[in-house]
Design a protein around this ligand. Structure first.
Ligand SMILES: [Fe+2]
Length: 253
């Protein structure tokens, strides 16, 4: 079965991912060893790092030329949400996953800016389908999962970090990732690997904790994403918050 890593900072020297070419080559070997057959390179595009597509492609080709035959590298981008995204898209400064309709978009970790829905709607109007990177890592989505439902209703899809589901970002993030997973929020999986040590490629370990049907579903949807084919809508519904009784409110510890 094809195995897709949809989010990875493997390209050397262009963001806070692999700092040296040797590190990228080691990560390529590790990806192949873990059975990954397709790896989408998604360097950051944000206030700190702006990318030029030709530079990214050059690095990708260097890595691909020395990669095992079983592994195909594809180009994507992890685009940080700002109000300027529609303009950046119009000016061809940002791009999608393997030139498809799908764009990987990162929300701020702690905030949910008020322009979020408007910006994403503008991109959708332009034919882009946003894929929200690791929603379980966004504090506002953890606290108000109804926001994730509203994003899904707008037409967004969601990518799970393998590091979150295996607990590398702590219990709180792991638990919400498990809940999102159970309720069908995610369409695909990515390692979000940055290096070999502190943020390594995790695929086999994630495969052990995600049920096999869901894992196969992620791979099937990922294949469609990179081929620019339509994927399933996200049918996630946020759990209804239980109302506290007056008694519980009065005697809350
Ligand atoms: Fe990332």
């Amino acid at each position: 079965m094809a195995c897709f890593d949809m989010h990875n900072h493997i390209l050397f020297g262009i963001d806070d991912g692999a700092s040296l070419e040797e590190i990228s080559h080691s990560m390529v070997a590790e990806a192949a060893a873990q059975g990954i057959t397709h790896l989408v390179c998604t360097p950051h595009f944000d206030h700190e790092y702006e990318q030029v597509k030709t530079d990214c492609m050059e690095r990708l080709q260097v890595l691909q030329s020395q990669a095992p035959q079983s592994l195909t590298l594809l180009l994507g981008l992890e685009v940080y949400l700002t109000s300027k995204l529609p303009q950046l898209f119009d000016n061809e400064r940002i791009w999608t996953l393997n030139n498809s309709r799908y764009m990987l978009i990162e929300l701020p970790m702690r905030r949910f800016p008020e322009y979020t829905f408007d910006v994403l709607a503008e991109l959708i109007k332009r034919g882009v389908t946003p894929i929200i990177a690791h929603p379980e890592r966004n504090q506002q989505l953890r606290e108000q999962p109804v926001l994730a439902q509203q994003l899904a209703e707008l037409g967004c899809r969601f990518q799970l970090n393998s590091s979150s589901i295996v607990g590398r970002h702590g219990d709180g993030i792991q638990q919400i990732a498990q809940q999102f997973l159970k309720l069908g929020l995610y369409s695909c999986l990515g390692s979000d690997a940055h290096n070999e040590s502190t943020r390594p490629i995790i695929m086999q370990e994630a495969k052990q904790v995600i049920d096999s049907d869901t894992f196969a579903y992620f791979m099937n949807q990922s294949e469609k994403i990179v081929r620019d084919e339509p994927i399933e809508l996200c049918a996630y519904r946020a759990p209804i918050a239980k109302k506290q009784s007056l008694f519980a409110k009065l005697f809350k510890k």
